[in-house]
Design a protein around this ligand. Structure first.
Ligand code: PMP
Length: 308
């Protein structure tokens, strides 16, 4: 018999799928890590477990304690799953604009969700979370945007999984960046194994990586309004700034051509991966991440977007 006793034991070891329904140059292969197979439905389940485990081990958090975190939703769901496992209370601060489904799922897992105004962006949620912490001095602030355990999560889990699945045959790694944790941790692991690996970061318009001003976008989960402390720009070999229309175009095409029900950050990752593929030499393996599923954005009418 093969079974688990805790849903949290099913986090990680997600499937890697070869993308075959899009035309690629001869000898170039593209693989996508399907992170929506995690039990909380996203790449951030890994982060939730790792952050709380570290906090409990270091004594910063105790059983029965409380965590407070600003989150767009997926980190909240991951932290809420971890909070159940470790028997702590969770309070999340989320800008109102983020998907209703994600906010509902955080609440379903027992967390309290406080909304901040959309126009104040993630910065507004961070400020509010800091105010709350002042009133609850014993609460733990995981701080995904500055906590070095964020990239460490992916250095320890996602990087090794990708490397093992492809027997180390990875030439290009493509990942979207919200906090940048996925990109930084995985890139560090892959470059330590082989410094020739090209690491490509993906952002929507209205993100600052390309030197632009912070602004609004509909692609959810990626986009930086400020530079997190753990970002090391020397790991970035190329940057793609993908317009919303393109991300939503590929999100639709991934469903139609290959049955993949993925969110808009996956659409952006796909657009960037195809652009890299176009320039790649034969015998190139590209690997990217599809962080979550489209099901949590249905109320945002994502499949109704007009194709390019
Ligand atoms: N895609 C989605 C859907 C996400 O929720 C996130 C996390 N905000 C990311 C991509 C980016 O992950 P990271 O924060 O590790 O850069």
């Amino acid at each position: 018999m093969k079974y688990v006793k805790k849903i949290q034991d099913l986090i990680g070891h997600t499937p890697l799928l070869e993308i075959t329904a899009f035309s690629l140059p001869v000898g170039v292969r593209l693989f996508a890590k399907l992170e929506y197979f995690n039990p909380g439905g996203s790449i951030k389940d890994r982060l939730g477990m790792y952050l709380l485990k570290q906090a409990l081990e270091s004594g910063q958090l105790k059983k029965g304690g409380t965590i407070i975190e600003p989150t767009a939703g997926n980190t909240g769901i991951g932290l809420a799953l971890a909070a159940l496992e470790y028997e702590v209370n969770a309070i999340f601060v989320t800008p109102k604009k983020f998907s209703r489904e994600k906010q509902t799922l955080m609440r379903a897992l027992g967390a309290k969700v406080i909304n901040t105004p959309t126009q104040l962006g993630m910065e507004g949620a961070i400020q509010k979370a800091k105010e709350l912490i002042k009133c609850m001095p014993d609460a733990f602030y995981p701080g995904q945007f500055q906590n070095k355990d964020n990239p460490e999560t992916y250095y320890e889990s996602l990087g090794p999984e990708l490397y093992e699945s492809l027997d180390g045959e990875i030439d290009i790694f493509v990942a979207g960046a919200g906090s940048g944790g996925t990109f930084m941790g995985t890139s560090r692991f892959l470059k330590e194994k082989n410094k020739q690996v090209k690491c490509v970061i993906v952002e929507p318009e209205g993100s600052i990586l390309n030197g632009g001003e912070p602004g609004s976008h509909r692609t959810e989960g990626i986009g930086m309004e400020f530079m997190p402390a753990f970002m090391d720009l020397s790991y970035i070999d190329n940057i793609y700034t993908i317009p919303d229309e393109k991300a939503f175009y590929y999100l639709k095409e991934l469903a139609l051509r290959q049955g993949l029900l993925v969110g808009s950050s996956s659409g952006a990752a796909m657009a960037a991966s195809l652009a890299e593929a176009e320039k790649a030499a034969p015998n190139t393996n590209i690997v990217t991440i599809f962080p979550d599923s489209s099901e949590r954005y249905i109320s945002s009418d994502i499949y109704d977007e007009v194709n390019e």
